[in-house]
Design a protein. Sequence first.
Length: 158
Amino acid sequence: MSILTEPVVQSASLRWLITSDLPRVLQIAEDCLGPEWDGDDIQECFRSIDTIGKVVEVEGHVVGFLIYQLDRDEHEVVIKAVAVAPDWRRHGVGRGAIGSLDRKLAQGYERISAMVPESNLAMQLLLRDVGFRAVRVCRRWYGDEDAYLTQKGTPSPE
């Protein structure tokens, strides 16, 4: 069964991130997220019980990843990073990975949140397409760049 909605990648699956995935995940992170994301950020998945890393795999090849944190106190799932290899964009990989978090809303979490740089229109549109809405502008969140706090589910209290 495919986790993705696009017919182009019917053989895709979402699974836990393991250490042997790190070289490919780091390459995708470098291609997509830039130098501000590095191995230490991804290693957090292995050090913290609340930070989870998953990869999207197609025919044995990692084509994307999702890293999120479970905030039990706030009943919130926080997307830390989602990235898709350039050749696999617009094939449902990111949509499927993010969509897999919807199950958390049925498991007692009230919302899923993601911070998105103002300049990342592609991610803004993807999140909007899967049901997120921008709820706040966070000034200078990324150095000189503003960010949008996007959420799906019950909005966080102000």
